[in-house]
Write a protein that binds this ligand. Structure first.
Ligand SMILES: Cc1cc2nc3c(=O)[nH]c(=O)nc-3n(C[C@H](O)[C@H](O)[C@H](O)COP(=O)(O)OP(=O)(O)OC[C@H]3O[C@@H](n4cnc5c(N)ncnc54)[C@H](O)[C@@H]3O)c2cc1C
Length: 446
């Protein structure tokens, strides 16, 4: 229901904008869209590309602005994927707008394309800033493709994305000063500005104000830094009134440790055990330059928390029988879900894949949970590269899942692990006839 409401809201904006554009350009004194000359048509279509480009940008901001009511419907990883995919359509619109409009004016003024462009920049108010803004946007989009191809560092890409806010400001000036669809129609201009205000208020509230308010209320602080197995460290976070900080097992938070060497980066980490009134626990694997420094964190370090986020929770479960599948550090949300689901009486099987027995995180805790809860929690470790392991050896594949989980058809499945493993398990589950709606997955990538 809420999902449908989100889509209807977006579709209504699309209809309003295209509807107004159609009205303006079929009732335009200079260039009728239906009967006018080529220049008039180029101008009309170019303006539509511009309007839709801005609409797409605002849509993009709502997708990744951590807007809680949107995120609760879809989950952040799905929104991020949609953001990546729709970004490509946006680039096309961003390029089409100036090309079509410049050609249209060039024909009307009997100039070449470049002469027209130079004239724009010299004589049109707000045009130069729009050109700069547009160049910044296209540059940032190219960078995004490079980061998807893993050619540039995440942090560098993130910094360039911040430049986009400046770019939006520059193009906004162009729209309200020289965009004739807006300047000629005050009611449409009002709607347009209201649309911007709606998006930026949502961003201001959810992206910036919310974490600051949560910090003011709870005063999150690192209380303990505990080494786990191998290259994993658990960070315990305490604070005031934690019972009023509503976080569910399986969710993640984007944390910023306010200490030298940490404060300029915020990273997402899942809750690795059920939250209680005293602490939240994150368990972090050493992977890159940020996570490598986690063991150096000192108790007493204040923490800014953005979240909780995510829909990888028991709310999406439609059965009282569950299969949890974890791989490597993907065990963090699975570990907290296991504790919750077993606690409320679900029948849980957990398959936990690792390279070897030395890399199993939380082994004692999981064994203890299995011993305590008896037949309600069946725990199977699978080692992919440990000849001495007495139990299951190999990958979590179709044959193994079918053998270990004979009542698979009755279970909801929660999956979190390295991308290759998740892909393999999804294929195996599809091959075993599990419908996609029963598979709940968390990707450790945004
Ligand atoms: C929803 C979610 C939950 C996660 N939960 C855990 C967890 O419980 N335990 C754990 O150890 N890891 C978890 N991760 C992964 C963790 O966020 C990355 O390992 C960490 O951010 C890497 O940072 P780095 O600078 O050390 O490594 P880098 O080598 O700089 O980055 C490695 C990769 O991590 C991703 N990444 C880096 N920085 C960020 C960032 N600021 N935001 C988003 N992605 C980033 C990028 O894909 C990058 O390619 C989770 C990730 C997500 C998306």
């Amino acid at each position: 229901m809420k999902k449908a409401a989100c889509w209807i809201l977006a579709a209504v904006q699309l209809l309003v904008v295209t509807g107004c554009w159609l009205w303006f350009h079929t009732h335009h004194a200079m260039g009728n869209l239906l009967t006018g000359d080529a220049a008039g048509k180029l101008l009309a279509w170019g303006r539509l590309a511009g309007l839709l480009a801005v609409l797409a940008i605002l849509f993009q901001l709502m997708l990744v602005g951590r807007v809680r009511w949107v995120e609760r419907c879809y989950g952040m990883d799905r929104l991020t994927r949609l953001h990546h995919v729709s970004g490509f359509a946006l680039i096309l619109l961003l390029i089409l707008h100036p090309v079509l409009v410049t050609f249209g004016h060039a024909i009307q003024a009997d100039l070449s394309y470049w002469e027209q462009m130079a004239d724009f920049c010299k004589t049109w108010r707000g045009l130069l800033t729009a050109v700069i803004g547009l160049s910044l946007m296209i540059g940032a989009s190219v960078f995004s493709v490079l980061v998807l191809l893993k050619r540039v560092r995440y942090e560098l890409w993130y910094a360039t994305h911040l430049v986009l806010y400046v770019a939006f400001g520059l193009t906004f000036l162009h729209q309200v000063v020289s965009g004739s669809d807006l300047t000629d129609h005050p009611a449409f201009k009002f709607y347009w500005i209201a649309l911007y205000a709606f998006v930026f208020v949502n961003l201001a509230v959810y992206r910036f104000a919310w974490p600051l308010l949560a910090f003011a209320r709870h005063r999150f602080v690192v209380t303990q830094v505990v080494p786990e197995t191998g290259d994993v460290t658990s960070v315990y976070i305490g604070g005031k009134h934690l019972e009023k900080f509503h976080v569910e097992s399986g969710q993640f938070m984007i944390v910023r440790f306010l200490a030298d060497g940490f404060r300029w980066e915020a990273h997402p980490f899942s809750l690795s055990c059920l939250p209680d009134e005293k602490h939240l626990r994150l368990s972090i694997k050493r992977l890159g330059d940020f996570t490598r420094r986690i063991p150096e964190l000192k108790p007493g370090t204040p923490v800014l928390i953005d979240g909780p986020h995510g829909v990888f929770t028991s709310r999406t479960c439609s059965s009282d029988k569950v299969l949890l599948i974890a791989g490597g550090i993907g065990v963090t949300p699975i570990r907290s879900l296991a504790e919750e689901l077993v606690g409320v009486g679900h029948d849980v099987i957990m398959i936990y894949g690792n390279r070897n027995s030395e890399t199993i995180v939380f082994k004692n805790e999981l064994d203890e949970l299995a011993a305590r809860t008896g037949s309600k929690f069946r725990l199977v470790y699978v080692m992919s590269d440990d000849p001495a392991w007495p139990g299951e050896k190999g990958r979590v594949d179709r044959e193994r899942i079918a053998r270990l989980v004979p009542d698979l058809a009755d279970r909801d499945i929660y999956l979190c692990g390295p991308p290759v493993m998740m892909k393999g398990v999804r294929t195996a589950l599809a091959g075993l006839g599990v419908p996609a709606r029963r598979i709940h997955a968390e990707r450790f990538a945004l």
